[in-house]
Design a protein around this ligand. Structure first.
Ligand code: XLS
Ligand code: NI
Ligand code: NI
Length: 478
């Protein structure tokens, strides 16, 4: 090629780019394969052509698209890693997250998106979801009804849309992949502005019931193992205009109805409530694990429900994730984890991928004490930062968090093998490992008896708590 034709070619190329830039056509096809791609949902090519199936390469690997610590089939503490975690991809963040925020437009231009919320688009997105899950090597996903299929003009039309996408999802799931849980989105549509189950408007309560009924049905149809209630708008903005007692009663009736319907259709999945203190409401009724446990106790719903603890919600309620997990576990209610983390300087649910090894180790302490989470698991209720815009970032984020949690599990195994942390805790309570301690713990030591002992023993000797030693043991396992 001579100089002149080279220049002309360059000019043509530039013009081409400029014209495309002006027209601003959103890309409608998976990258690099536009000849095979039509706007229809029927396209069956690769959505992530440059991403191979993610493999375990061990801690020395520098490959961002490989696992360094998560080795699915490796046994740790008597269980395969994949069975400790039961990892799940959250459809809403990974496939509906746009990077938009209250100050700015969407930043993610995924090549398969055509900028619509059509039924065809919903189906194409579903295909992308399953390619992602297969390449990441997990067996589970989570969804809201309205993430996966668009609203219609009527509830009947909306249900028909959902059925169509769900039929495709069922086909794409194959024999191995299942929903970890499904849920109904009762917070986006304006009809739910005062809540769903706790809306003061009876018609809204009924609509919400119909929506949840359908969402339980499709979760069951897809072989889902759990069903989640996150009451984003079940709460209040002001107590001055709210009958809190009546709203809580309504919420209990609603949950009773869901439990009854689940049994009626033979769905054996666990019903889970996901506590969160606020956002979007000023005060959400399922504030934290303790509040929610008490609600279940008061309304005789223990036994029908467990809890889905989300780490970022835990910190929003002024607790740590570990505290919420332990509270749920001690009440026999630990059912699932929405694995994410917040930002210590930001006051809302930032839904970040968890990458703190210390936090992961604390989380895994609870999970191991609980004997695992099955039929629950770890759902990545986490999203890329607004500024992360490459398709491969979706993979990197999940891989990084899976590796972090895997390190947490490996660290717990080290702590258990070492034994000194458990020994430190055992020693702190050893005065109760006595005859009188056993009497107290069995509820057989009354106050007169204890007063006699106090007179007899005089001033007790109070030993050190050894907190710094406990922290030293913990950090040396990381
Ligand atoms: C929002 C919640 C939500 C639930 C599912 O903060 O975490 O994503 O997990 O409705
Ligand atoms: Ni969540
Ligand atoms: Ni959340």
């Amino acid at each position: 090629m001579n100089m002149d034709s080279g220049k002309i070619l360059l000019l043509l190329l530039c013009l081409n780019v400029a014209i495309l830039g002006v027209i601003g056509n959103p890309p409608t096809c998976p990258a690099d394969v536009d000849t095979q791609c039509s706007a229809s949902s029927e396209w069956k090519g690769e959505f992530f052509p440059n991403i191979p199936k993610v493999k375990y390469e061990g801690p020395s690997s520098k490959n961002p698209l490989a696992f360094k610590w998560y080795n699915a089939d490796e046994e740790i503490l008597g269980k395969k890693m994949k069975d400790w975690f039961r990892f799940s991809v959250a459809f809403w963040h990974t496939f509906r997250g746009t990077g938009g925020d209250p100050f700015g437009a969407p930043t993610k231009n995924w090549p398969w998106e055509d900028g619509t919320n059509s039924l065809d688009m919903a189906k194409r997105r579903m295909r992308a979801n399953f390619e992602f899950i297969n390449k990441l090597g997990v067996d589970r996903w989570c969804f809201h009804d309205r993430d996966i299929a668009p609203d219609g003009k009527t509830l009947e039309e909306t249900n028909a849309n959902l059925d169509e996408v769900v039929a495709l999802a069922k086909e794409l799931q194959g024999t191995k992949i299942r929903p970890l849980w499904g849920t109904a989105q009762l917070f986006m549509h304006p009809r739910y502005m005062h809540g769903g189950a706790t809306s003061p408007e009876l018609g809204v309560y009924a609509y919400a019931a119909a929506q949840v009924k359908k969402a339980i049905e499709v979760t069951h149809y897809l072989g889902g193992e759990n069903y989640v209630f996150w009451g984003g708008r079940e709460g209040y903005q002001s107590l001055l205009n709210t009958d809190m007692g009546r709203e809580l009663d309504h919420m209990a009736r609603f949950l009773e109805g869901a439990a009854a319907y689940k049994k009626k259709i033979g769905f054996n999945g666990t019903l889970l409530i996901e506590p969160k203190p606020q956002e979007p409401t000023k005060h959400q009724y399922d504030w934290d694990a303790a509040t929610t446990s008490n609600f279940l106790r008061k309304y005789n719903l223990l036994g029908e429900f467990k809890l889905n603890i989300e780490c970022n919600h835990a910190t929003l309620s002024g607790h740590s994730c570990h505290h919420e997990l332990e509270t749920a576990r001690l009440n026999g209610l630990l059912g699932n984890i929405d694995a994410n983390t917040g930002d210590p300087q930001t006051g809302w649910d930032t839904d970040q991928f968890l990458t703190d090894i210390g936090e992961a180790t604390m989380i895994m302490l609870s999970v191991v004490r609980n004997g695992g989470l099955a039929p629950g698991g770890f759902n990545f209720d986490a999203k890329l930062r607004r500024e992360s815009t490459d398709v491969e970032d979706l993979f990197i984020a999940h891989i990084s968090s899976m590796d972090t949690l895997a390190r947490g599990l490996r660290n717990v195994a080290k702590l258990i093998e070492d034994g000194s942390l458990a020994e430190l805790v055992r020693k702190r309570y050893e005065s109760f490992d006595t005859e009188i301690g056993a009497q107290i713990e069995a509820g057989k030591a009354d106050f007169e008896f204890l007063e006699k002992k106090a007179f007899e023993w005089g001033e007790p000797k109070v030993p050190s708590a050894k907190q710094e030693l406990a922290e030293m043991i913990f950090q040396s396992a990381l």
